[in-house]
Design a protein around this ligand. Sequence first.
Ligand SMILES: [Zn+2]
Length: 463
Amino acid sequence: MRRLLITLSALFLLAGCASTDETNPLERLIQSSEQSDQAYEIVTSLTTEVGPRIPGSEADKRAVAWAESLFKSLQFDKVYKQPVRVRNWSRGLADARVIAPFPQQLVITALGGSVATQPGGLEASVVMFESLEELQQAKAEQVKDRIVFINKRMQRDRAGRGYGPVVIGRARGAIEAAKLGAHAVLIRSVGTSNSRFAHTGAMRYDDSVERIPAGALSNADADNLERMINDGHDVRLFVDMRAKEHGWQTSYNVIGEITGTEKPDEVVLIGAHLDSWDEGTGALDDGAGVGIVVAAANLLKQTTGAPKRTLRVVLYAAEEIGLVGAREYARANESDLANIVVAAESDFGAGRIYQIDTRFAPDALAEATTLFDALAPLGIVKGNNEASGGPDISMLPAKGVPVVSLRQDGTYYFDYHHTPNDTLDKIDIDAIRQNQTAYAIFSYLMANGDIDPRPAPQLGSAR
Ligand SMILES: [Zn+2]
């Protein structure tokens, strides 16, 4: 953090000079953001000095301390933590090999939360399905005592629309395969890369069926296995996985606030998640988001001073294992949620923002023109009024809290997502700066202006 603090204080001096000129405050904020690499410096610090931070781990505890000390060093008015109970899990070894007919090594990784195989591993023949739906329609005699392979490919898409239809197989594959008597499930990685990295991610069990080991094959290895099966071979695999549960731990949502000068009870919330998977260093997912929202709030504070409404930055715990921190935030703050004027979350890497979707009361949309106009020069167009916000704020609109989605270009996000390849070098410094500026503009206009988009319309009436 020392290196980060030196650059941040240099920036503070710069911003201090800028604030003496007479230009309009929003223009000054945009200028100071365009000259600042602060979001990039924050994600650099997090990925270098903490690294991977799986919920409940020792590294997760260091990430919490890092975040708290970052907010304090930036002199946010309030810095506090909210405890969150999480199950800590570790990946351990994950090994898979073709035993017959063409013996060779495969690249796999355990899905998050998977149980281990029996000691010494397991060996069985493989049955392939093109999708979770196809598996659900299978008969027990096709699946019993075998390893299920779900071979659904993810499609590349700027908005990430290829993820939802495939990720359901990652989440529920073990349940559906176990119902039919399978010994294990392997999925084709939920990702768009042709690299030989496997993509991890959360999976679930159902207490009514046996818990079987669940892993992901790299796309290249899934291709190879698919060829063997399509050529009509009975393929036998050996799989050894040594994942472990370590029981309950305490993690924290870490929160920094800049207190509003005129309406301190009205809150503009911007967030990201602090945890990451253990494979890469969690640079794109979601160190970038942490850098973007902390830098945006800090630039605002330094350039234009405290806003009229309170600006709250929430770094959520344990997003990756099921939005655990976000659910706890919504539960613990239930009686105050009506005070949140608007919420946004950055959790889709560091690609440029190209569109703003909202979930605003329809009569506030006209007032929000100032926001849309201010974002337009960054190449951000006005989208629809049916935003659900990022994952950690997705439960808020149902409680009436308006949200926006500042939608990032995710064309390449799923090449790296949840792999050892999610590292700092994948972040484009100009693109993350554009995100920082967009969040600064959004925060400034929502925390200083009169736009009040409450209550969020419920879906179906959100036009
Ligand atoms: Zn994420």
